[in-house]
Design a protein around this ligand. Structure first.
Ligand code: ADP
Length: 507
């Protein structure tokens, strides 16, 4: 059995995987996890320092207090507290009291570790084998060891002076300090703190959920707004939740207006193209219909109409090939095929090809080359651009008229100046002549076979060559187009990379 993944209401394994993947990558989940991680780590550190560090500090304090008291006892024994009977009872009762307070057994031994006093009273006369006592006797220093169970062994040396006034270890005061009370207290504290920490954990989770939902809300709003945009005409929206969301909204609105401009120009272009393509078709239809309607029309009339139909087909062809050239130009600089060419020869060839048209229009073409120019150009495309400019000079000229083509260059640029003695272009039209399908005098232009695409293609070609085109004109006196192009073509990085990649792909 199989399912269609697009079937509504049925989620496939792939859909679920995608959902899971989206959840893992979600910003909200990350905020939640960060808050939880920081909160839980802080709670754990707090709990640890409260419980374990707290009980360790208590044991350390108890140990050092006990050692202090044992030192005092040791000093009193050294001063002969045991030998004097009245003092002996006092010190024994003090040791009993200290033992009771600290819940510990206090033992005093001689230098052979034989017990001479035991606060429990059971080990007197026996030998003390505790590690702390042995160490203390050997090194003559106070010693404390953690011992089995919840306890600490403490030993302090009792110093005596011999007949020659030398100080030596004459015995040990040993204590077995029970820390069980501290542990029981810590356990109780641990139980109570577990409940508190559990409650804090619940609170932390609720807080993390709340904050993560709240922080992501402006981003959700902006996504919703963007999804609701149905057309480029819609009003701009503002999302002022954060500076970042405000910037996203601004960037989106900017993109929307750019897209609107593109959409408008696309619509205009499609409208113009349809109109331009329809016009010759309509003429052909009218011509064909009128022949069909005239039964037994003379052959001359047929020939005349067929001639007109052929002209209209040529016009349709010209529009289509101009459109294709324009589309090709839109591919950018990668559409160019740059080679080092002799510009003089290129221009001479174009002028030669335009000879018959010039003759028909009674226009003289004068070519003036100031110097020999070799430059990096796409001969085909740039040649078409110059051809269009010179052809316009012929088409929009007076009879008789002149078109002058002047070629000059410096070490960086070559300049081609095409001037005519024609009808000129009014100032207010000059800005528009490079627009697609724009014609100053529509009926005149149509009469002489213009499509309104030539200058737009020429300008695009010149710009792709990193050049400039400028127009000066006086109505009824003439027009001058000046084209300036770098002699050496330096490709943009992106263009050269694209070409390289294409080359590799082809290989
Ligand atoms: P077209 O195919 O109509 O010649 P172009 O894009 O080449 O289209 O030119 C656009 C318009 O600019 C022309 O229709 C014409 O009105 C005007 N134009 C171009 N060149 C000249 C010129 N040398 N003298 C006068 N008008 C010109």
């Amino acid at each position: 059995m199989f399912r269609l993944s697009g079937e509504p209401g049925i989620s496939t394994k792939a859909d679920e995987k995608l959902k899971k993947h989206r959840l893992i990558r979600s910003f909200r989940l990350r905020i939640f996890l960060i808050i939880m991680a920081v909160g839980l780590i802080s709670l754990a550190i707090m709990r640890h320092s409260l419980l374990y560090d707290g009980s360790r500090v208590t044991v350390d304090n108890m140990t050092s207090e006990m050692l202090g008291r044992m030192r005092i006892l040791s000093d009193r024994i050294s001063e002969g507290a045991f030998s004097d009977e009245s003092k002996s009872n006092i010190i024994r009762s003090d040791m009993q009291t200290i033992g009771d307070i600290y819940e510990s057994r206090i033992v005093v031994t001689d230098s052979d570790l034989r017990v001479v006093y035991d606060s429990y009273g059971t080990a007197v006369g026996e030998f003390l084998g505790a590690k702390a006592a042995l160490n203390c006797l050997r090194h003559g220093n106070p010693v404390s060891f953690p011992a089995a169970g919840e306890s600490v062994q403490l030993a302090v040396p009792v110093k005596v002076t011999d007949a020659e006034n030398h100080s030596q270890v004459g015995g040990v005061i040993f204590a077995h300090l029970s820390t069980e009370g501290v542990s029981i207290l810590a356990e109780e504290k641990g139980r109570r703190s577990s409940i508190i920490f559990l409650l804090m954990g619940v609170f932390l989770t609720a807080f993390a959920v709340f904050v993560s939902v709240l922080l992501v809300r402006p981003f959700e709003r902006i996504t919703k707004e963007i999804r609701q945009v149905a057309s480029f005409e819609d009003e701009d929206f503002v999302e002022s939740g954060y500076m970042e969301t405000e910037e996203i909204a601004e960037a989106f609105n900017e993109m929307k207006s750019r897209m609107k401009m593109l959409d408008d120009s696309r619509k205009e272009f499609v409208g113009n193209v349809s109109h331009e393509l329809k016009t010759p078709m309509a003429s052909i239809k009218v011509l064909a219909d009128s022949i069909n309607m005239q039964q037994g029309a003379p052959i001359e009339m047929y020939q005349d109409f067929m001639h007109d139909i052929s002209d209209e087909i040529d016009r349709e062809n010209k529009i289509i090939s101009d459109l294709l050239a324009l589309v090709n130009m839109d591919k950018g600089a990668s559409a160019l095929n740059i080679e080092n060419k002799d510009v003089n020869i290129m221009l001479e060839g174009i002028i030669k090809r335009l000879g018959p048209l010039a003759k028909k229009n009674e226009v003289d073409i004068v070519f003036e080359s100031v110097r020999q120019v070799n430059a990096d150009v796409d001969e085909m495309k740039l040649g078409s651009a110059f051809m269009n400019l010179i052809e316009n000079g012929i088409k929009y000229n007076k009879r008789p008229g002149v078109v002058r083509v002047k070629l000059d260059a410096d070490h960086r640029f070559f300049t081609v100046e095409i001037s005519d003695t024609g009808i000129g272009i009014p100032e207010e039209e000059r800005l528009h002549i490079f627009e697609r399908f724009y014609r100053v005098d529509k009926s005149h232009s149509r009469e002489i076979g213009g499509t309104g695409l030539g200058l737009s293609i020429a300008r695009r070609t010149i710009l792709l060559h990193k050049g400039t085109i400028k127009v000066e004109s006086i109505v009824d006196e003439g027009t001058v187009f000046t084209v300036r192009i770098p002699v050496v073509y330096i490709a943009d990085e992106s263009t050269s990379n694209k070409k390289k990649n294409n080359g590799r792909r082809k290989a």
